[in-house]
Design a protein around this ligand. Structure first.
Ligand SMILES: Nc1ncnc2c1ncn2[C@@H]1O[C@H](COP(=O)(O)OP(=O)(O)OP(=O)(O)O)[C@@H](O)[C@H]1O
Ligand SMILES: [Mg+2]
Length: 244
């Protein structure tokens, strides 16, 4: 059974720049079902981060609509005001930003407990224990007390992943979450994501410029110059035959 959890309807995003208007997303229509691990692949500048920012409401759209069905609610994301959006996002969606966006004055573990304390789903003691578990999951527990500036970019990225999982959200949207990781660590993160989808019923939308990762998603789409395309027939053939 397919149950839609995210729907984009005729989404356009135009950036206004000194050089004029730039259409970064052109009439995007997309339905993501519960329990999908959807990959969106595309070259640099294709519009991947812009697309994720439309789904999580971090940036406003120019026209169209984004609907999210989660926590028993149907939410039109861009109809919420900023406070409502922040609260809704905290409860519904974990976000891994391309630039990590850890808070520099907080230790790694505090970066993870903060969203839990804001959402109020866990008592402070529980949130610390859970944050430690998440740090263990991304193999960073021995660095819990350090500030972000004192760990590597790849380690910061793993903290950003742990933080996105803090409130156990139904949906994870992740922008190049393995971009700074070595292949072994990236594999481990993929395993963690696959487990969340297959065993916990979570839904993940992940963007990457690494075309080599396509086969690891339950479905993938290509974005080119702000337009979404399904996989070519040639591309989807080997995957289908492998599954038989
Ligand atoms: N704030 C902005 N103002 C103006 N143009 C922007 C802005 N953000 C992005 N763009 C432009 O929109 C297009 C899509 O950008 P986006 O960041 O979504 O690409 P991307 O696919 O995520 O690229 P990358 O793989 O390099 O992260 C690019 O041409 C970019 O230059
Ligand atoms: Mg990007």
């Amino acid at each position: 059974m397919t149950i839609p959890i995210i729907e984009l309807r005729n989404v356009h995003k135009t950036y206004s720049t000194v050089a004029g208007d730039f259409p970064a997303l052109k009439d995007i229509n997309l339905s993501v079902n519960t329990g999908e691990f959807l990959g969106v692949v595309g070259k640099s500048g294709a519009g991947k981060s812009t697309l994720l920012n439309m789904i999580n409401g971090v940036d406003g759209l120019s026209s169209g609509e984004v609907l999210v069905y989660a926590n028993g609610q149907r939410v039109s994301v861009h109809d919420l005001n900023e406070d409502e959006k922040a609260l809704w996002r905290g409860r519904t969606m974990g976000v891994v930003y391309q630039s990590f966006q850890l808070l520099p004055m907080l230790s790694l573990i505090e970066n993870i407990t903060l969203p839990m304390d804001l959402a109020g789903n866990f008592k402070p003691r529980e949130s610390r224990e859970r944050a430690m578990e998440l740090l263990r999951l991304v193999e960073l527990e021995e660095h819990a007390g350090k500030l972000p500036a004192f760990v590597s970019g790849g380690q910061q990225q793993r903290v950003a992943i742990a933080r996105a999982l803090a409130n156990d959200p139904d949906i994870l949207v992740a922008d190049e979450p393995t971009g700074s990781l070595d292949s072994v660590t990236a594999d481990h993160i993929f395993d963690v994501f696959s487990h969340l989808v297959a065993d916990r019923g979570k839904t993940i939308v992940m963007v990457t410029h690494d075309m080599g990762l396509k086969s690891r998603f339950t479905r993938y789409l290509t974005i080119t110059d702000g337009e979404l395309e399904p996989p070519s027939v040639e591309d989807s053939k080997p995957k289908r035959s492998r599954k038989k």
